[in-house]
Design a protein around this ligand. Structure first.
Ligand SMILES: *Cc1c(COP(=O)(O)O)cnc(C)c1O
Length: 373
Protein backbone atom coordinates (compact mmCIF):
# COMPACT_ATOMS: atom_id res chain seq x y z
CA UNK A 1 0.00 0.00 0.00
CA UNK A 2 1.44 3.38 -0.90
CA UNK A 3 2.73 5.77 1.74
CA UNK A 4 2.31 8.47 2.77
CA UNK A 5 -1.46 8.10 2.60
CA UNK A 6 -4.59 9.35 4.30
CA UNK A 7 -7.08 6.70 5.31
CA UNK A 8 -10.57 8.12 5.26
CA UNK A 9 -13.22 6.17 7.10
CA UNK A 10 -16.28 7.31 5.21
CA UNK A 11 -18.64 5.58 7.65
CA UNK A 12 -17.29 7.91 10.37
CA UNK A 13 -17.85 10.97 8.19
CA UNK A 14 -21.40 9.74 7.57
CA UNK A 15 -21.93 9.09 11.28
CA UNK A 16 -20.62 12.53 12.29
CA UNK A 17 -22.81 14.24 9.72
CA UNK A 18 -25.87 12.25 10.71
CA UNK A 19 -25.31 13.00 14.39
CA UNK A 20 -25.05 16.79 13.96
CA UNK A 21 -27.88 16.80 11.41
CA UNK A 22 -30.21 15.05 13.89
CA UNK A 23 -29.26 17.35 16.76
CA UNK A 24 -29.73 20.49 14.66
CA UNK A 25 -32.91 19.30 12.95
CA UNK A 26 -34.76 19.62 16.25
CA UNK A 27 -33.69 23.23 16.38
CA UNK A 28 -34.78 24.05 12.83
CA UNK A 29 -31.24 24.28 11.49
CA UNK A 30 -30.01 22.64 8.28
CA UNK A 31 -26.45 21.49 7.75
CA UNK A 32 -24.41 22.53 4.73
CA UNK A 33 -21.37 20.24 4.48
CA UNK A 34 -18.12 22.16 3.96
CA UNK A 35 -15.67 20.17 1.87
CA UNK A 36 -12.67 22.50 1.70
CA UNK A 37 -10.51 20.68 4.27
CA UNK A 38 -10.93 17.52 2.22
CA UNK A 39 -9.90 19.50 -0.88
CA UNK A 40 -13.30 18.90 -2.44
CA UNK A 41 -12.95 15.13 -2.23
CA UNK A 42 -16.13 13.77 -3.87
CA UNK A 43 -16.32 10.65 -1.65
CA UNK A 44 -16.14 12.72 1.49
CA UNK A 45 -18.77 15.04 0.02
CA UNK A 46 -20.97 12.10 -0.77
CA UNK A 47 -20.62 10.81 2.80
CA UNK A 48 -21.79 14.21 4.05
CA UNK A 49 -24.82 14.07 1.76
CA UNK A 50 -25.54 10.50 2.88
CA UNK A 51 -25.45 11.73 6.46
CA UNK A 52 -28.15 14.29 5.69
CA UNK A 53 -26.29 17.47 4.73
CA UNK A 54 -28.61 19.61 2.60
CA UNK A 55 -26.00 20.59 0.05
CA UNK A 56 -22.30 21.34 0.05
CA UNK A 57 -20.06 24.36 0.29
CA UNK A 58 -16.43 25.03 -0.51
CA UNK A 59 -14.15 28.06 -0.52
CA UNK A 60 -12.40 27.28 -3.81
CA UNK A 61 -13.77 26.95 -7.29
CA UNK A 62 -11.17 24.27 -8.10
CA UNK A 63 -12.65 22.10 -5.33
CA UNK A 64 -16.20 22.72 -6.57
CA UNK A 65 -15.02 21.66 -10.01
CA UNK A 66 -13.75 18.37 -8.57
CA UNK A 67 -17.17 17.73 -7.06
CA UNK A 68 -18.98 18.52 -10.31
CA UNK A 69 -16.55 16.45 -12.39
CA UNK A 70 -17.30 13.49 -10.12
CA UNK A 71 -20.96 13.87 -11.00
CA UNK A 72 -22.41 15.57 -7.94
CA UNK A 73 -25.48 17.56 -8.91
CA UNK A 74 -26.53 18.71 -5.42
CA UNK A 75 -26.64 22.42 -4.53
CA UNK A 76 -23.10 23.79 -4.04
CA UNK A 77 -22.34 27.14 -2.47
CA UNK A 78 -19.11 29.08 -2.83
CA UNK A 79 -18.40 30.36 0.69
CA UNK A 80 -15.41 32.55 -0.10
CA UNK A 81 -16.46 35.73 -1.85
CA UNK A 82 -15.81 35.03 -5.55
CA UNK A 83 -12.81 36.40 -7.39
CA UNK A 84 -13.92 38.92 -9.98
CA UNK A 85 -11.87 37.01 -12.55
CA UNK A 86 -13.88 33.83 -11.87
CA UNK A 87 -17.42 35.23 -12.07
CA UNK A 88 -18.20 33.29 -15.22
CA UNK A 89 -17.22 29.88 -13.77
CA UNK A 90 -18.87 30.61 -10.42
CA UNK A 91 -22.21 31.02 -12.13
CA UNK A 92 -21.54 27.94 -14.23
CA UNK A 93 -20.86 25.47 -11.39
CA UNK A 94 -22.19 27.00 -8.14
CA UNK A 95 -25.85 27.55 -7.35
CA UNK A 96 -25.13 30.15 -4.70
CA UNK A 97 -22.22 32.27 -3.52
CA UNK A 98 -21.44 34.33 -0.43
CA UNK A 99 -20.74 37.92 -1.35
CA UNK A 100 -19.49 41.17 0.11
CA UNK A 101 -18.60 43.30 -2.93
CA UNK A 102 -21.02 45.07 -5.28
CA UNK A 103 -18.62 44.89 -8.22
CA UNK A 104 -18.44 41.10 -7.90
CA UNK A 105 -22.20 40.74 -7.57
CA UNK A 106 -22.62 42.85 -10.72
CA UNK A 107 -20.20 40.56 -12.60
CA UNK A 108 -22.06 37.45 -11.38
CA UNK A 109 -25.35 38.98 -12.52
CA UNK A 110 -23.94 39.77 -15.96
CA UNK A 111 -22.53 36.25 -16.28
CA UNK A 112 -25.84 34.72 -15.17
CA UNK A 113 -27.76 36.73 -17.76
CA UNK A 114 -25.38 35.55 -20.48
CA UNK A 115 -26.06 31.98 -19.35
CA UNK A 116 -29.78 32.61 -19.11
CA UNK A 117 -29.85 31.63 -15.45
CA UNK A 118 -30.26 33.22 -12.03
CA UNK A 119 -27.46 33.00 -9.46
CA UNK A 120 -28.35 33.06 -5.75
CA UNK A 121 -26.58 35.54 -3.50
CA UNK A 122 -26.05 35.29 0.24
CA UNK A 123 -24.67 38.47 1.74
CA UNK A 124 -21.96 37.93 4.32
CA UNK A 125 -22.32 40.28 7.26
CA UNK A 126 -19.42 41.29 9.50
CA UNK A 127 -20.43 40.56 13.09
CA UNK A 128 -17.06 40.96 14.78
CA UNK A 129 -14.79 38.25 13.38
CA UNK A 130 -13.11 40.92 11.23
CA UNK A 131 -12.33 38.60 8.33
CA UNK A 132 -14.96 39.27 5.72
CA UNK A 133 -18.35 40.83 5.51
CA UNK A 134 -20.54 43.82 4.89
CA UNK A 135 -20.90 46.17 7.85
CA UNK A 136 -24.43 45.87 9.29
CA UNK A 137 -25.15 49.55 8.57
CA UNK A 138 -24.45 48.99 4.85
CA UNK A 139 -26.45 45.78 4.51
CA UNK A 140 -29.81 47.33 3.55
CA UNK A 141 -28.28 49.35 0.70
CA UNK A 142 -26.42 46.38 -0.77
CA UNK A 143 -29.43 44.08 -0.33
CA UNK A 144 -31.59 46.55 -2.25
CA UNK A 145 -28.94 46.71 -4.96
CA UNK A 146 -29.02 42.91 -5.31
CA UNK A 147 -32.82 42.98 -5.45
CA UNK A 148 -32.77 45.38 -8.39
CA UNK A 149 -30.19 43.45 -10.42
CA UNK A 150 -31.53 40.95 -12.94
CA UNK A 151 -29.52 37.71 -13.06
CA UNK A 152 -29.12 37.41 -9.28
CA UNK A 153 -31.56 36.66 -6.46
CA UNK A 154 -31.13 37.57 -2.80
CA UNK A 155 -31.29 34.22 -1.03
CA UNK A 156 -30.18 35.21 2.43
CA UNK A 157 -27.59 36.54 4.78
CA UNK A 158 -24.92 34.86 6.82
CA UNK A 159 -22.07 35.53 9.13
CA UNK A 160 -18.78 34.06 10.17
CA UNK A 161 -17.36 33.67 13.65
CA UNK A 162 -14.11 32.58 15.27
CA UNK A 163 -12.14 32.32 12.03
CA UNK A 164 -9.77 35.24 12.48
CA UNK A 165 -10.74 36.42 15.94
CA UNK A 166 -11.09 33.01 17.57
CA UNK A 167 -14.12 34.43 19.36
CA UNK A 168 -17.17 32.16 19.19
CA UNK A 169 -20.60 33.71 18.68
CA UNK A 170 -22.86 34.48 21.59
CA UNK A 171 -26.62 34.78 21.89
CA UNK A 172 -26.64 38.55 21.42
CA UNK A 173 -24.60 38.38 18.19
CA UNK A 174 -26.91 35.70 16.82
CA UNK A 175 -29.96 37.72 17.82
CA UNK A 176 -28.45 40.74 16.06
CA UNK A 177 -27.97 38.66 12.89
CA UNK A 178 -31.63 37.54 13.08
CA UNK A 179 -32.77 41.15 13.52
CA UNK A 180 -30.74 42.12 10.47
CA UNK A 181 -32.52 39.42 8.46
CA UNK A 182 -35.92 40.78 9.45
CA UNK A 183 -34.87 44.39 8.80
CA UNK A 184 -33.50 43.44 5.38
CA UNK A 185 -36.78 41.76 4.53
CA UNK A 186 -38.65 44.89 5.58
CA UNK A 187 -36.51 47.13 3.39
CA UNK A 188 -36.41 44.78 0.39
CA UNK A 189 -39.92 43.36 0.61
CA UNK A 190 -38.67 39.82 0.09
CA UNK A 191 -38.34 36.69 2.21
CA UNK A 192 -34.82 35.59 3.07
CA UNK A 193 -34.71 31.83 2.71
CA UNK A 194 -31.34 31.35 4.40
CA UNK A 195 -29.98 32.87 7.56
CA UNK A 196 -26.66 31.14 8.08
CA UNK A 197 -25.17 31.30 11.54
CA UNK A 198 -21.57 30.33 10.83
CA UNK A 199 -19.39 27.23 10.91
CA UNK A 200 -18.45 24.62 13.49
CA UNK A 201 -17.59 27.34 16.01
CA UNK A 202 -21.32 28.14 16.17
CA UNK A 203 -22.30 24.60 17.18
CA UNK A 204 -22.13 25.15 20.96
CA UNK A 205 -24.52 28.09 20.56
CA UNK A 206 -26.76 26.10 18.18
CA UNK A 207 -26.98 23.15 20.54
CA UNK A 208 -27.56 25.36 23.56
CA UNK A 209 -30.84 26.28 25.13
CA UNK A 210 -31.36 29.77 23.75
CA UNK A 211 -33.83 30.38 20.95
CA UNK A 212 -32.39 29.84 17.50
CA UNK A 213 -34.45 32.72 16.09
CA UNK A 214 -34.18 32.96 12.33
CA UNK A 215 -30.94 30.96 12.04
CA UNK A 216 -31.71 27.98 9.81
CA UNK A 217 -28.32 26.95 8.41
CA UNK A 218 -24.83 26.13 9.65
CA UNK A 219 -21.87 25.46 7.36
CA UNK A 220 -19.99 22.63 8.98
CA UNK A 221 -16.54 21.36 8.08
CA UNK A 222 -14.34 20.68 11.08
CA UNK A 223 -17.09 19.27 13.32
CA UNK A 224 -18.02 16.70 10.68
CA UNK A 225 -14.52 15.82 9.50
CA UNK A 226 -12.62 15.87 12.78
CA UNK A 227 -15.37 15.73 15.40
CA UNK A 228 -13.96 18.65 17.37
CA UNK A 229 -14.95 22.16 18.39
CA UNK A 230 -12.57 24.49 16.48
CA UNK A 231 -12.39 27.01 19.31
CA UNK A 232 -11.51 24.65 22.17
CA UNK A 233 -10.16 21.70 20.18
CA UNK A 234 -12.33 19.45 22.36
CA UNK A 235 -14.11 16.40 21.00
CA UNK A 236 -17.81 16.92 20.35
CA UNK A 237 -19.76 14.26 22.24
CA UNK A 238 -20.85 11.34 20.07
CA UNK A 239 -18.59 12.21 17.13
CA UNK A 240 -15.55 10.35 15.83
CA UNK A 241 -12.25 12.24 15.90
CA UNK A 242 -10.44 9.66 13.78
CA UNK A 243 -12.25 9.65 10.46
CA UNK A 244 -8.95 10.73 8.86
CA UNK A 245 -5.61 9.08 9.65
CA UNK A 246 -2.27 9.97 8.14
CA UNK A 247 0.07 7.03 7.58
CA UNK A 248 3.80 7.63 7.04
CA UNK A 249 6.72 5.27 6.57
CA UNK A 250 9.93 4.90 8.57
CA UNK A 251 13.00 5.37 6.34
CA UNK A 252 15.74 5.33 8.96
CA UNK A 253 16.02 4.12 12.51
CA UNK A 254 19.02 4.82 14.70
CA UNK A 255 19.68 1.92 16.99
CA UNK A 256 23.21 3.03 17.86
CA UNK A 257 23.74 6.03 20.10
CA UNK A 258 24.37 9.14 18.02
CA UNK A 259 26.43 11.90 19.53
CA UNK A 260 26.25 15.46 18.43
CA UNK A 261 29.07 16.38 16.06
CA UNK A 262 32.13 18.13 17.45
CA UNK A 263 31.15 21.46 15.95
CA UNK A 264 27.82 21.42 17.78
CA UNK A 265 28.31 25.08 18.61
CA UNK A 266 27.39 25.86 15.03
CA UNK A 267 24.02 27.66 15.34
CA UNK A 268 22.75 25.92 12.21
CA UNK A 269 23.26 22.57 13.91
CA UNK A 270 21.80 23.69 17.20
CA UNK A 271 18.59 24.49 15.32
CA UNK A 272 18.30 20.81 14.40
CA UNK A 273 17.56 19.83 18.03
CA UNK A 274 19.73 16.77 17.55
CA UNK A 275 18.57 14.13 19.94
CA UNK A 276 21.20 11.57 20.73
CA UNK A 277 19.98 8.05 21.20
CA UNK A 278 20.33 6.73 24.67
CA UNK A 279 19.58 3.28 25.95
CA UNK A 280 15.95 4.34 26.18
CA UNK A 281 15.12 6.34 23.13
CA UNK A 282 15.46 5.77 19.42
CA UNK A 283 15.23 8.37 16.70
CA UNK A 284 13.02 7.52 13.78
CA UNK A 285 13.08 9.27 10.46
CA UNK A 286 9.87 9.28 8.44
CA UNK A 287 9.27 10.18 4.82
CA UNK A 288 6.89 13.06 5.33
CA UNK A 289 7.53 16.76 5.90
CA UNK A 290 6.29 20.31 5.61
CA UNK A 291 5.80 19.90 1.89
CA UNK A 292 3.06 17.37 2.69
CA UNK A 293 1.34 18.76 5.75
CA UNK A 294 1.50 21.10 8.73
CA UNK A 295 3.68 18.74 10.71
CA UNK A 296 3.07 20.68 13.93
CA UNK A 297 -0.61 19.73 13.64
CA UNK A 298 0.04 15.99 13.88
CA UNK A 299 -0.63 14.16 17.12
CA UNK A 300 2.09 11.65 17.82
CA UNK A 301 1.24 7.99 18.42
CA UNK A 302 1.62 7.10 22.09
CA UNK A 303 5.21 6.50 23.16
CA UNK A 304 6.47 8.79 20.40
CA UNK A 305 7.53 12.43 20.60
CA UNK A 306 8.01 15.01 17.92
CA UNK A 307 11.63 16.16 17.52
CA UNK A 308 11.69 18.25 14.38
CA UNK A 309 10.78 18.30 10.72
CA UNK A 310 12.07 19.61 7.43
CA UNK A 311 10.44 19.92 4.04
CA UNK A 312 10.60 16.16 3.46
CA UNK A 313 11.49 14.51 6.78
CA UNK A 314 9.86 14.05 10.14
CA UNK A 315 12.11 13.21 13.07
CA UNK A 316 10.50 11.63 16.10
CA UNK A 317 11.84 9.69 19.00
CA UNK A 318 10.38 6.77 20.84
CA UNK A 319 10.96 4.85 24.02
CA UNK A 320 9.23 1.81 22.53
CA UNK A 321 11.04 -1.05 20.85
CA UNK A 322 12.17 0.59 17.61
CA UNK A 323 10.22 0.06 14.44
CA UNK A 324 12.12 -1.31 11.47
CA UNK A 325 12.69 0.57 8.26
CA UNK A 326 9.60 0.18 6.12
CA UNK A 327 7.23 0.15 9.11
CA UNK A 328 4.24 2.50 9.14
CA UNK A 329 3.22 5.00 11.80
CA UNK A 330 -0.26 6.49 12.13
CA UNK A 331 -1.08 10.08 13.07
CA UNK A 332 -4.23 12.07 13.73
CA UNK A 333 -4.31 15.53 12.15
CA UNK A 334 -5.71 18.86 13.19
CA UNK A 335 -7.72 20.90 10.67
CA UNK A 336 -4.72 22.71 9.20
CA UNK A 337 -2.69 19.52 8.85
CA UNK A 338 -5.69 17.78 7.30
CA UNK A 339 -6.39 20.46 4.70
CA UNK A 340 -2.75 20.59 3.61
CA UNK A 341 -2.36 16.82 3.54
CA UNK A 342 -5.54 16.37 1.50
CA UNK A 343 -4.17 18.83 -1.06
CA UNK A 344 -0.65 17.37 -1.17
CA UNK A 345 0.15 15.71 -4.50
CA UNK A 346 2.33 12.99 -2.93
CA UNK A 347 -0.22 11.75 -0.42
CA UNK A 348 -2.61 9.06 -1.54
CA UNK A 349 -6.16 8.77 -0.27
CA UNK A 350 -7.47 5.37 0.74
CA UNK A 351 -11.19 5.11 1.31
CA UNK A 352 -12.63 2.79 3.93
CA UNK A 353 -16.31 1.81 4.09
CA UNK A 354 -17.28 3.43 0.83
CA UNK A 355 -20.95 2.79 0.26
CA UNK A 356 -20.63 2.56 -3.50
CA UNK A 357 -23.98 0.83 -3.85
CA UNK A 358 -25.70 4.04 -2.73
CA UNK A 359 -23.59 6.14 -4.99
CA UNK A 360 -25.81 6.88 -7.94
CA UNK A 361 -28.88 7.54 -5.83
CA UNK A 362 -27.17 9.91 -3.41
CA UNK A 363 -25.04 11.74 -5.88
CA UNK A 364 -27.83 12.47 -8.30
CA UNK A 365 -30.52 13.30 -5.76
CA UNK A 366 -31.84 16.78 -5.21
CA UNK A 367 -31.45 18.28 -1.77
CA UNK A 368 -35.07 17.39 -0.96
CA UNK A 369 -34.55 13.71 -1.76
CA UNK A 370 -31.37 13.69 0.28
CA UNK A 371 -33.12 15.01 3.34
CA UNK A 372 -35.12 11.82 3.61
CA UNK A 373 -32.22 9.41 3.09
C1 LIG B 1 -14.30 27.18 6.27
C2 LIG B 1 -15.58 27.89 6.39
C3 LIG B 1 -16.65 27.29 7.06
C4 LIG B 1 -16.53 25.96 7.77
O1 LIG B 1 -15.80 26.13 8.92
P1 LIG B 1 -15.57 24.90 9.95
O2 LIG B 1 -14.95 25.54 11.12
O3 LIG B 1 -14.68 23.94 9.26
O4 LIG B 1 -16.91 24.33 10.23
C5 LIG B 1 -17.85 27.98 7.09
N1 LIG B 1 -17.99 29.17 6.50
C6 LIG B 1 -16.98 29.79 5.85
C7 LIG B 1 -17.22 31.10 5.22
C8 LIG B 1 -15.74 29.17 5.77
O5 LIG B 1 -14.75 29.78 5.13
Amino acid sequence: MSTPRIEVDLSKVRHNTQTVVKRLEKRGINVTGVTKASCGNPNVAEAMLCGGALGLADARLSNVQRLRTAGLTCPITLIRTPMLSQAEQVVQICDTSYNTEIVVIAALAAAAIRKNTVHDIILMVEMGDLREGILPENLATIAQYVMRLPGVALKGIGSNFACLSGIPPNASKMAALCDLATETEGVCGTFLKTVSGGGSASLPWALGRQSKGRINDLRLGEAILLGVDPVTGDQIGGLYTDAFTLVAEVIETDTEPVFPPANFGDPALVRLHLVPNSGHTTRLLLAIGYQDTDVSGLSMPSGHTFVDATSDHLVICTNRSPLPVGAELRFQMNYKALMQAMAAPDIDTRLLHDRSSMRSRDIQGTSKDLASV
